[in-house]
Write a protein that binds this ligand. Sequence first.
Ligand code: C5P
Length: 308
Amino acid sequence: MPSETYEITANAKINLFLRVNGTLPNGYHRLYTVMQEIACSDQISVTLDDTRKGFRINCIGRSDIDPKKNLCRKACDRFYSNMKKIRKDFKPPYTEIELIKNIPSESGMGGGSSDAAAILLVLQEHFGNPFEEEQLLRIAVNVGADVPFFLYGGTALCEKVGEDVTTIGSLAGLGVLIAKPDAGVSTPECFALIDKEPVKPFDDKAYAEYIESLKAPVKSSSEILEKIVRGGDLLVNDLEAPAVKLIPEIDNIRKALIESGGAYCRMTGSGSAVFALFENLEDAALAKERAKKDPVLSKCNLILAETV
Ligand code: C5P
């Protein structure tokens, strides 16, 4: 087949909690986090043409994104260079990517990583599954720390840089209200700040028990929410303090979201987006209406989504 086009949807994520557990020899940080896929997505169209050479990427409506630094491009480069290692006669096809971005950048919602993972999955399918799961995970983490999670989606515990992914029971069907201030957080800057504070060791056993409790099946969204809220003091985001140093507004946003009735409120990833969880989408939609009248939240980009 000379030319094939794939239309794909790439969902965002939130981090229910995120612990930073020291640094690794490569300077990256050892993470312990639960990521949750949410139905807020970018749309991607990928055309692969074996009869031509070249690469084109068009990010519709977003002139601020440098196509050369786009993670979709990095995903293709890494996939194709690994293909050359296993198939000596491999020639990268002409690749054209059209990207409609809805997930805000520098928000901690993993937009670029999700796009990149979606591309890796398309290429893996197009070329007849050339890589084993472990190999694909290695390619993914070399594209970006959050990319391995998006190969699976749903709810997952992610460890080390992000490549140790353990999917856990479904937390689907909750309402999510996200407030993203105009200012974004640079992830490397945020991690650099955390290095200046002593890292608090954490109790592995308490987390292991909590993660086990997340795996148990539940019947209703109120039970799901109850499970998450039960995590209480365990469920901190260690990147929140450095992110607040960079953008103090994040702290006010979190307080305002709690006021708006969110049962559980955290910054996601390295920020700057803050989310609140509700039993269902209707409750989150009502909170969004209230948020539009709030002096702090009304200045933010307010996004409504559901956990997947
Ligand atoms: O892998 P990615 O490019 O998404 O990571 C962005 C930055 O976040 C890295 O340059 C690094 O500074 C930091 N990071 C880290 N430890 C991780 C993940 C990311 O230090 N586990």
